[in-house]
Write a new protein. Structure first.
Lengths: 219, 518
């Protein structure tokens, strides 16, 4: 026995929810404390949106989108994060993704969520889904407020060294693990895992799935 | 020795059981120190039909504070309380708390008197405040002296008045008011009584009391009379005195259950204020808003009483948060808005709250520059518009066109503006009353003595370092205020728990029977 255990890695955006993280940034910007702040913050999110939606470097897109929350208090991030998760994510989970997660749980896999959303939103989702581990973005805080920066490493394209570090830290057997994702940008993650699977994939990932004969789940 | 061990077999006499803090204290003692000898409640009877015992029974039977105790003991609650809890007809506003010799005999051997009774309104009739807060404390002291036991007097941190930033746990300087003027407390009481007695209108008496309080450096009549009481108690050399000063007592964080509150406390009206269309609270953002959950007060009070009984009390203990886990006003204002968002999202509030107000977060604004939506400006606009609607004639062609409908619409609008003006006037008065607490002063109440004394405690440890203000304010304090306090401001009565059937009765001792039948 190697002592390594299989995991099921779920890319939250796409595999579990159709909502990209940039929508959460926009929602939080639109709920800034002062009315006059809201338009300015929304404008800033809009600047990063095209990149975050895949028209360029997604890491830069994430950084730009969340920079709009600079100066937002930690209290506000926590409360709005929880409220966003409960209002917009919990009720909008992909049934196919949730079924796969439950199946993985029954199979004894360690459940790992990988999310572009910051931890203030992803953590309530992790609790809701009773997952074991969470890899999510984190907003840097100073003196009780967000600096507007995401703490490195930014979760946008997850894979490579970050995945190896995760496997090492939690004794994961990647060869026996499974991964579920939906975007072309996630093929790095899927290709590093023994049992890759696409859930409701975008066009780029669908093409890869066809070429590499990866299973595709719709719904 | 822990509090629950120190209180085993001890007899405590407690005033103010019908109030907020004492109820929680008694329930907590009965739950967490079940080996306590006896708690005797001194309660003012309501006429002949509701003696102290009946009032105590009703509270134990129907107050939410005792829910957990009732649930734990069920039908055997009376057995559990037999010998542990009784109540005496008394009146702290009378000498010896209104107890006759028989009543005093009942208290012989008491180990401590905890004086919680008081009038906590900021601007009450000064004559009533003097009777409840000053005479009440003096009579409780008299009782403790006669019984030969320590007096634990519950005061308030704000007796410090508007002096300096850090307030340490020490007695007030005898003969000196908070702003440094010479003060003879007994003469001050007499002078205030004289000044108020000839004045018929309560409003004028309140104005006199407020002016006098401010002249001596106290923010209001409540702190003024509590301060005078401390000054007078300090002049009793034979009294074994321990003063406990809580800051602003708010919703319980865990005991009897999260969110429990009773009556109108400081944060209730403020939360109500910034949950209405009024969204701009004049305050200094970095100033501290010293709030403490009521169960933390009860924990500290119980532990300090146990120490006083063992001879380790004496002096002043402050129960506050500002020195070791401060909450600033900008944070409290933002958390109140966030609390409202969450509460309305879960279905609370009116349609207008859910559809509109939840998205308009309150903001702190400087009192000197409150902006275009300042209360006085809004009132001015409301008055001008009302006058316009009432007095300006409608152009003849328009009147011919729409006839009476326009007149009735104008009258309706004018009435609504009148109501809005009344609400704004209430807001204005409230802001003036709260200004010393939310704007003018930045108090830091030191609690080192209280925390050191209770550091080894378990169930009675006083320390707010672990209190997460965000979780507490959004998920406990705000919903608690909406449930237990704010409805009172809207004129709604807070329902009690349904009485048990058959009616709950504390076990009547032979003596209690005699008193009840008198």
């Amino acid at each position: 026995m190697s002592g390594l255990r299989p995991a099921a890695l779920f890319r939250v955006e796409g595999a579990l929810t159709p909502r990209p993280a940039v929508l959460a940034a926009a929602w939080m910007a639109a709920n800034a404390q002062r009315l006059e702040e809201r338009a300015a913050r929304l404008g800033a999110v809009a600047l990063g949106a095209p990149l975050a939606f895949g028209l360029g470097d997604p890491t830069t897109g994430q950084r730009l989108a969340w920079a709009a929350l600079r100066g937002t208090s930690e209290d506000r991030l926590r409360v709005l994060g929880q409220d966003y998760a409960e209002s917009w994510l919990f009720g909008d989970l992909r049934p196919a993704g949730v079924d796969l997660l439950e199946q993985a749980r029954r199979d004894g896999c360690l459940l790992v969520l990988i999310s572009d959303h910051p931890d203030v939103i992803a953590e309530p989702l992790k609790r809701h889904l009773k997952a074991d581990l969470l890899v999510a973005n984190r907003l840097e805080l100073r003196n009780g407020a967000a600096t507007g920066r995401l703490v490195d490493p930014v979760v946008a394209r997850f894979g490579g060294q970050a995945l190896r570090d995760l496997a090492h830290a939690h004794q994961l057997d990647l060869g026996r693990s499974r991964a579920y994702a939906a975007a072309g940008a996630d093929q790095v993650l899927l290709s590093a895992i023994g049992l890759p699977c696409a859930v409701h994939p975008d066009r780029a990932l669908r093409r890869v799935c066809k070429d590499l004969d990866w299973p595709v789940v719709e719904g | 020795m822990r509090t629950e061990e120190a209180l085993a077999g001890k007899h405590l006499v407690i005033t103010g059981f019908t109030g907020f803090v004492a109820k929680v204290l008694v329930a907590m003692l009965l739950e967490r120190a079940p080996d306590i000898g006896r708690i005797t409640l001194l309660i003012r009877p309501r006429g002949r039909i509701r003696p102290a015992l009946v009032r105590a029974e009703k509270i134990v039977d129907t107050s939410p504070v005792f829910r957990t105790l009732r649930a734990r003991h069920g039908a055997r609650l009376a057995d559990f309380l037999a010998g542990r809890l009784d109540a005496l007809d008394s009146d702290v506003e009378k000498p010896r708390c209104g107890l006759d010799d028989e009543g005093l005999d009942r208290l012989a051997g008491a180990d401590a008197v905890i004086h919680c009774a008081g009038l906590t309104d900021f601007a009450p009739d000064p004559l009533k405040a003097l009777t409840a807060n000053v005479a009440g404390a003096t009579h409780a002291a008299q009782l403790a002296e006669e019984l030969g036991c320590p007096l634990v007097h519950v005061s308030t941190c704000y007796v410090a008045g508007a002096r300096g930033r850090a307030v340490i746990e020490e007695a007030l300087a005898v003969g000196v008011s908070p702003n440094g003027q010479r003060l003879d407390a007994a003469a001050e009481v007499r002078a205030l009584q004289l000044a108020c007695r000839g004045v018929e209108a309560a409003g004028d008496r309140i104005r006199i009391g407020m002016e006098r309080a401010e002249a001596l450096g106290w923010p209001n009549i409540y702190t003024y009379t509590k301060g005078l009481a401390e000054h007078l108690l300090a002049r009793r050399p034979g009294l074994d005195l321990t003063i406990v000063r809580p800051s602003i007592v708010e919703c319980a964080r865990e005991f009897p259950f999260a969110g429990w509150n009773e009556g109108l406390n400081t944060a209730g009206p403020l939360a109500w204020l910034i949950s209405t269309a009024f969204r701009r609270l004049p305050t200094v953002p970095a100033h501290r808003f010293d709030v403490i959950p009521v169960d933390d007060v009860a924990k500290g009070l119980a532990a300090i009483t146990a120490a006083a009984i063992r001879g380790f009390g004496g002096g002043v203990f402050q129960l506050a948060s500002s020195d070791h886990n401060p909450l600033t006003f900008d944070r409290a204002v933002e958390l109140t808005g966030l609390g409202m968002r969450r509460w309305t999202r879960k279905g609370g509030g009116r349609t207008v709250d859910r559809a509109l107000f939840r998205f308009l977060d309150p903001v702190p604004v400087p009192a000197e520059a409150p902006g275009p939506l300042a209360v006085d400006r809004l009132r001015g606009w409301a008055k001008d518009l009302r006058a316009l609607l009432r007095e300006e004639p409608v152009p003849e062609p328009l009147e011919k066109l729409v006839g009476d409908r326009l007149a009735s619409l104008r009258a309706r609008l004018a009435d609504q503006l009148g109501e809005a003006d009344e609400t704004l006037e209430r807001v204005e008065r409230m802001l003036a009353l709260y200004r010393p607490f939310i704007h003018d002063n930045d108090w830091e109440f030191r609690t080192g003595r209280a925390r050191a004394l209770t550091a080894h405690e378990g169930a009675f440890r006083f320390d707010l370092s672990d209190l997460d203000w965000c979780d507490y304010w959004v998920d406990v304090e705000y919903p608690g205020l909406r449930t237990w306090c704010i409805p009172i401001l809207d004129g709604v009565e807070i329902p009690s728990d349904p009485p048990s059937s058959p009616p709950f009765r504390l076990q009547r001792t032979e003596w209690a029977h005699r008193v009840a039948s008198k």
